[in-house]
Design a binder for this molecule. Structure first.
Ligand code: BGC
Length: 760
């Protein structure tokens, strides 16, 4: 029985709610485990949704004593997630403080072990009102600035702890390699290095410098969704992917490896299947790759109800019990089974029948307890709001504003339309112009982001920000098209089929700012059947172009929708993606030239619906015409390539130099290049270093990003940028699943310069 140990633990917790004096240790943890009953152990392995703990009263969720007793005293459940309600809805920090404190009281009464609460604080404090919302991760990817991502995560951690919550299901490090996927915007783009570097920076920001002793200003993380979630054959959420094993290892595994090496406390699993095996059923990927090969001692959690999905959707199990057997034996440690306690009863049966070993249960519980210990929960189960005076502070908002500026991408600027230096009359139009929901995207106050205009009413939409920056009398507004907030994300209303009002106002304006894009969504509700941009919106832009007025296209969209027919009608194009609450003001400041653009595309922007690719396509995917009559016609033709982005200034690169013209895999290469700001405005520049393996035993890629640095240069200033690159990082995973660095020529490329070096 656990009682004796429990009383020690309880003592620690209650004592520490004043000031932690006694420190719980890994040895205590082992002793605790030895004294736990099977019921207590399986309880730790279950995570429930908060809705099962209470009910709504006068529009407010309240905890229910009977339900709390059943969940924590009888079933001894170890973890709770989510905000309450069908939204679910963000709550005040005071509400979170009290709610999680009560939950902990019951959890401790049940087992002596605090509950670990998890929230999707995906781009800031999604579920805490008054907290800071940053640009979404796709924007952070465009910044190519890991320091920014680290800072945003640090603030999010602080504000999440202020809410008495110790754990987030973030960062998302899936690779957005298919623009159709509705979760493109939740990660850092298509490249595995960018996801690895940004993901690692966020883990460090969330967890702080000591991932084994996470202090009360930091939180535990859950890297997600392990792995190859973003490349479903159908392009639809939670559907199967088919990926060669070497690509899994080389690209999709890489950001998870970087994250766990940075000390990530947990990993959440991809809901779908890869090569016919649901990820939740794969002992190979969960246990062998993630735990055994790396020695990682963190914890693996399912995604939403995904053990159920093994029998209900994936059909690899006959019923729930069979599904639990498969998943736990594959290496799942905690089941996010939102609404049901049945998991506990069935897992106990499985252990008693010898179908799941006690050793596996102990391993899972040890990982869970270790995570709770690392978060400091045994020493101090709750936080106190007054210890977090900077919650939602002006300083935090400023970081979000600076971040938003650094993540917007200038894609076209003919005739130097931007910045708007002389006084101009602007017409602001399009369905995204006056919407906080559109600026934020999903996971903003609610799951689908539908209530952002209510909760962020004090923030500025694009229209409001432009009116403030350029003067209300200089900015007129006619939306032309509006979204239906209650419909699907793509549900639009065209206010007048001829766009008469818009066109009248356009004729009186000097420049048209057309804010087009998508309304917010996430997961399955964001699925699409047509990658082209909304037909209504394209029609609006075409009508506007007939006025002859210059058009600035502002794209505010979670994924790159095809705009090939309207891009030529625009004089300038800015892709703001999902910049968050400060996005309107950030855009206004960039358009006014108060600051400079420095974002680069974190994905390949497609031009044709049936011609989708990523920047690291294989050499033979773009073939030239053979001699004679045979024409392959396999040209890669994209709207804008990965890494593309303009600035108000110009940068010149020179003197690319690699220190070792000949190298072996034991060498480290030092690569230098001079970058000079040759324009008249200060600006930041992302210096991207690519390599190309000229000949390899599997078809080599045209190029691969190997390193990047972001620098700031004043007009006329020059800097020598130095990269140190271990030569083994030029290796690829071969057909045999092993890393290979083959002898032969490699090209090192930065901007338009390249140098050939030889591996001996
Ligand atoms: C999503 C995850 C999220 C989880 C918990 C799932 O539906 O796929 O990204 O962390 O819900 O809210």
């Amino acid at each position: 029985m656990i009682r004796t140990v429990c009383s020690v633990v309880c003592l620690v917790i209650f004592a520490s709610s004043v000031e932690a004096k006694i420190t719980f240790s890994p040895q205590d943890l082992e002793r605790l485990l030895q004294h736990m009953t099977l019921q207590e152990k399986v309880g730790q392995m279950l995570q429930l949704n908060i809705d099962v703990l209470g009910h709504e009263e006068n529009g407010q969720f309240v905890l229910d004593k009977d339900k709390l007793e059943r969940v924590f005293l009888q079933y001894k459940v170890g973890s709770i997630l989510n905000a309450p309600g069908a939204g679910p809805y963000a709550q005040t920090p005071e509400w979170w403080q009290q709610t999680i404190r009560t939950i902990n009281e019951y959890a401790i009464r049940g087992t002596g072990i605090p509950c670990v609460y998890g929230l999707d604080q995906n781009h800031g404090t999604t579920y805490t009102l008054g907290g800071t919302l940053f640009p979404q991760n796709i924007n952070m990817g465009a910044s190519f600035n890991p320091a920014l991502a680290r800072k945003a995560a640090t603030i999010t951690a602080y504000e999440t702890r202020a809410s008495n919550c110790p754990w987030t299901f973030s960062p998302t490090v899936d690779l957005s390699r298919d623009p159709r996927w509705p979760r493109v915007w939740e990660n850092f783009g298509e490249d595995c290095l960018v996801n690895a570097v940004m993901g690692r920076a966020m883990v460090e920001g969330f967890q702080g410098t000591d991932s084994v002793h996470i202090d009360r200003y930091h939180i535990g993380t859950s890297l997600k969704h392990y792995m190859a979630y973003g490349i479903a054959r159908t392009g639809k959420d939670r559907t199967p992917a088919y990926v060669p094993e070497w690509e899994l290892r080389e690209k999709h595994f890489a950001p998870f490896l970087a994250g766990i090496q940075a000390g990530a406390t947990a990993v959440m699993v991809n809901s779908a299947s890869v090569n016919g095996i649901p990820m939740h059923a794969s002992a190979k990927y969960l246990t062998r790759w993630l735990k055994e090969e790396t020695g990682w001692d963190g914890m693996i959690i399912t995604d939403w109800a995904d053990i159920d999905n093994l029998w209900k959707r994936e059909k690899v199990a006959v019923d729930k019990k069979d599904a639990i057997r498969i998943a736990i034996n594959a290496g799942i440690d905690m089941s996010m089974d939102p609404y049901s306690l049945e998991f506990c009863d069935l897992l106990i049966e499985l252990v008693n029948e010898g179908k799941v070993s006690m050793q596996r249960i102990d391993d899972a519980v040890r990982r869970i307890l270790r995570m709770k210990w690392r978060m400091g929960l045994f020493d101090q189960a709750n936080t106190t709001l007054s210890d977090y005076p900077e919650f939602g502070s002006a300083e935090h908002i400023k970081v979000a504003f600076e971040a938003a500026k650094e993540t917007m991408v200038l894609l076209k600027n003919d005739n130097h339309l931007l910045p708007f230096t002389s006084p101009l009359k602007l017409l602001v139009t399009g369905p995204n112009a006056h919407s906080m929901r559109c600026l934020n995207g999903g996971w903003s106050y609610t799951w689908q982001g539908k209530e952002a205009d209510r909760f962020a009413a004090d923030k500025h939409t694009i229209l409001e920000a432009l009116q403030q920056r350029f003067g209300e009398k200089n900015v007129s507004y006619a939306p032309g098209i509006t979204y239906n907030n209650e419909g699907t994300y793509a549900d639009e209303t065209v206010t007048d089929d001829t766009f008469a009002d818009v066109l009248t106002k356009a004729r009186k304006a000097d420049v048209i700012v057309a804010s087009i894009g998508e309304q917010s969504y996430t997961e399955t509700p964001g699925n699409l059947n047509d990658l082209r941009h909304s037909e209504n919106q394209r029609r609006l832009v075409k009508a506007l172009s007939k006025t002859g007025k210059p058009i600035l296209l502002v794209i505010n969209s979670g994924r790159p929708r095809i705009i090939a027919d309207i891009e030529p009608l625009a004089t300038a194009v800015v892709n703001i993606m999902l910049p968050g609450n400060e996005g309107g003001d950030a855009l206004a400041s960039l358009l006014a030239g108060d600051d400079n653009f420095s974002g680069r595309l974190p994905y390949t922007y497609p031009r044709h619906p049936a011609s989708l690719t990523t920047y690291d396509f294989r050499a033979s995917e773009q073939s030239t015409t053979m001699e004679g009559a045979y024409d392959y016609n396999a040209f890669i033709d994209v709207q804008w390539p990965f890494g593309y982005g303009l600035s108000y200034t110009t940068f010149e690169y020179s003197n690319l130099h690699v220190d070792k013209p000949f190298f072996t895999e034991r060498d480290t290469l030092t690569i230098t290049v001079d970058v000079r700001n040759t324009g008249s405005k200060a600006g930041k520049e992302s210096v991207l270093l690519y390599s190309r393996d000229m000949v390899a035993s599997i078809v080599p890629e045209g190029r691969r990003l190997r390193a990047f640095q972001k620098i700031m240069l004043q007009p006329g200033e020059q800097q020598t940028i130095r990269f140190t690159l271990p030569a083994r990082e030029l290796a690829f995973v071969g057909e045999d699943g092993q890393w290979h660095l083959e002898p032969g020529e490699f090209q090192i490329q930065i901007a338009h310069h390249s140098q050939t070096i030889v591996c001996e």
